[in-house]
Each structure stands twice: as structure tokens, then as C-alpha cells.
Design a protein. Structure first.
Lengths: 209, 209
DNA sequence: GTTTGATTAAAACGAACGTATGAATCCCGG
DNA sequence: CCGGGATTCATACGTTCGTTTTAATCAAAC
């Protein structure tokens, strides 16, 4: 089982470094050094740096997607017409859970998500699979039912805003220089702030055209 | 004036490439080639690649900041108690103006802003100056006055959400693979959607603690 | 026309990168 | 004990990077 252990440590190290420094800013040498493995281990276990990234992203995204899916199932089992705030919580909650669940890598997981979404590197855009699309489409349909007055383009705009806020806002703080303003919200508080913020935003009356 | 011309063309090329590929994904060679200049031109005119980036960012950010500042001045000259939606528009509007003003580089400018905000590279975090802090603090104070029930941490959270939505949401689309959903909002429509979305979000009642 | 300072050009440097290779080592069924 | 697949190791390869250097070119002042 020594092999699988090395594999996991490579994934852990890569997740942390990709989050901290981005894909291009992280060298295979830095990853293997942090993992306590040999330089060639990445090539052996994953084939290439890009495929290691894909494995890292999959490991992070999959539980989030599963939780989003399960949350929606739970909601729909309880009521056929969920409220907007409930949809927001079911969608955004898992993103915060993975971030705030307390283990040491949690803070950097949000950075990784952000990096994934914003990194212009081509390798960053090859992981998105049919599962992710399916989850997004299910939420899109439910939001459409809950907000029937919203035109599809505006709903689509708001869905992206939803993702932007959950993904971005803790990151922006965490990897910028110390801010002189009020201290940022953390953990559970941040989650509740986000639900409030986003539920109001999603529920706004349609922009008159 | 030939010298200054090379300088400008380097700035233009760097702005475009940094936006498209990120800082680390852009080589000095690619910049000088696109600018029609010699490889050593970057070193001569800017000292280093990092200082070139700083010059690019300054050139993009400064007019935005000036517009944000002027918009707030205009608002405060008209009324001593601006509404939240007006503050949102004055703050977010310039970010959309620079994006949608029609010239060819506009689409990539938003990507550059996004890259600046999210790139983990250390060089990306050295441009923020006292001017930017001043503008942000002025808006922070006005939002605090317009939303007196909001605790400072929650207000701070919302300010970051404000920036996240304006910066992120058009970019996420523009540099990902084609999406199967409804077509994204563009230009002026996107701006109005954002104002609606963000005004509602900023105006939400405080999260009960 | 020559000198002077500013700019551009061509070439090279050392370092870091991702990847590939072949030998060494480990682990376990026989 | 041993044989063989799985894994780790040290090392090297070829490329690309940012930067530097030195010479060539230009524009204008004297």
C-alpha cells in the first residue's frame, strides 16, 4: 500500500500548492518535495503534471457536487416548491462546507476553487464533465421555477453571480496583503452572510427592459 | 517619439496577453513579438517583466478609480443620503464602462481585472496603492451610512461580494468552453442585471446573529 | 560633420521547467 | 529462498524562461 500512499501525498501536496501558487506557479519539483516523493513520482502515478491537476480537481469537486445534488434531492423531497433562499443554501452550502469544515487544508481549498475558475491556463478547463453540467442544470431549472418572472438571460447572469460570490470572496482576502479595514467574516459567519446576500440577490425583481 | 511609441505598444501587447494567458503564462518574448519590438525592450523601458505588469495594471485601474471617485462626488453633491442602488451603480458602473465601451480590447480588459484579482502570483499584489484604498474606504463609509443596521464584518463581506460579481461574472464565461445554457447577457444588459442583483444583495436585511 | 545620449538589435547566460530513462529497491506469492 | 511485477530513485535531456551584455543605429545639438 506504499504506492497508494505516495499517490495520496502527491494529491495533497499538489492541491495545496496549486491553490497557493496556481498551476503555472507550481513546479513538479515543489510538489514532489512537499510530498516527500521522488521527482519522477508524478510521471509514474499520473502521467503528467496536467493529469495530476485533473485528479486534484476531481477530488475536490466531486464531493461538492454530490452534496449539491443530495441537498437538492432532500429539498425536493420535502417540498415541491422550494423557496429561493433554500435553493441558495443547498447550492452554496456545500461550497462553504468544504471550506470551513476545519481541517488544515480548508482555507486553501477555496483558493483552489477560485484558481480553477479564473486561471487562464488551458489545463484548467479540461476537467468539467457531464456530472457538473447536470447539477448546474438541475439548479437552473429549479431557480427558474421559483423565479418564473425572470428571463433566461437574467437568471443565467444571477447563477453566475451566485457562483462568483461563493467562490471568490473569501479568496480575495486570503491571498491579498493584510487589509486595514474591518476583519473579514470567517467560517460559519461567512456562510450565513453569503446566504443572506445571495438569497436577496437571487430574489430581486426582474430588471425592467 | 519613437521610444514612447515602443513603450505604448509594449503596454498594449502586455495588457492583452496578461489578460488572455495570465502573468506566468505570458513570456516576455511573446509580448515583444506581439509589440513588434526587440526582446530587450522590456528590460530597457520597464526594468523587468514584473514592473511591466505594474505599469499595465496602473494604466487599467487608474481611470476606473477616478470614475468611481467622480461618481461618488457627483452623487454626494446631489444628495447627502444616497440610496444603496445609487452607490452600487456609482461603484460598479465604471467597472462595466471600461469593459463595454466598445473598443476591441474591452473584452479582455475584464479578464485582466479578473486575473489581477485572482492570480496567486506575488507580482500581482504589488500595485495596490493608497489611492485604491482611499476610494474603497470612501464607499465603505457611505454604505455604512446607508445601511446603519449592518455590522462592519457583514458590510465588509458584502463589499467583497460586490467586487466579486462585477469582476468575475463576465470573465468566467468568456474564457471557458462554450456553454450549453442560455446565452450570457452582454454589454449594457449585463450592467443593468448587475445593478439589480447587487442592489438587492447589498440592501438585504442584516443576518440575525 | 561630428559628437553625444537615447534607443534598438542580436546574441548569449544561467536557471528552472516538464519529462523520460534505466538501474536500484521493495514486496509478496511461489 | 527466490523470482517478478510494482515502485522508487538518481540522473540526464531538451526546451523555455527572464535577464544581461555589447555592439549597432538613430536623432538632434553644436
Amino acid at each position: 500500500m506504499a504506492s497508494s500512499d505516495t499517490r495520496t501525498q502527491l494529491l495533497d501536496a499538489a492541491e495545496r500548492l496549486f491553490a497557493e501558487r496556481g498551476y503555472r506557479g507550481t513546479s513538479v519539483r515543489a510538489i514532489t518535495e512537499l510530498a516527500g516523493a521522488n521527482l519522477a513520482a508524478v510521471g509514474y502515478h499520473f502521467g503528467s503534471k496536467a493529469q495530476l491537476l485533473a485528479a486534484v480537481v476531481r477530488r475536490v469537486i466531486e464531493p461538492i457536487n454530490a452534496a449539491q445534488c443530495a441537498g437538492l434531492d432532500r429539498l425536493l423531497a420535502r417540498t415541491s416548491q422550494p423557496r429561493v433562499a433554500e435553493l441558495v443554501e443547498a447550492f452554496a452550502g456545500p461550497l462553504f462546507d468544504v471550506i470551513t469544515e476545519g481541517d488544515e487544508s480548508s482555507a486553501q481549498t477555496s483558493q483552489l476553487i477560485m484558481t480553477i475558475l479564473s486561471d487562464p491556463a488551458e489545463e484548467m478547463r479540461s476537467w468539467n464533465g457531464p456530472v457538473e453540467d447536470l447539477v448546474r442544470d438541475r439548479y437552473l431549472a429549479e431557480f427558474q421555477r421559483a423565479l418564473p418572472d425572470l428571463s433566461p438571460p437574467e437568471l443565467w447572469f444571477r447563477m453566475r453571480g451566485l457562483l462568483a460570490v461563493t467562490a471568490v470572496d473569501r479568496v480575495e482576502i486570503s491571498h491579498r496583503r493584510p487589509v486595514t479595514g474591518p476583519s473579514p467574516a470567517a467560517g460559519e459567519e461567512s456562510r450565513r452572510f453569503a446566504i443572506t446576500f445571495l438569497a436577496a440577490a437571487m430574489s430581486a425583481p426582474p430588471t425592467r427592459t
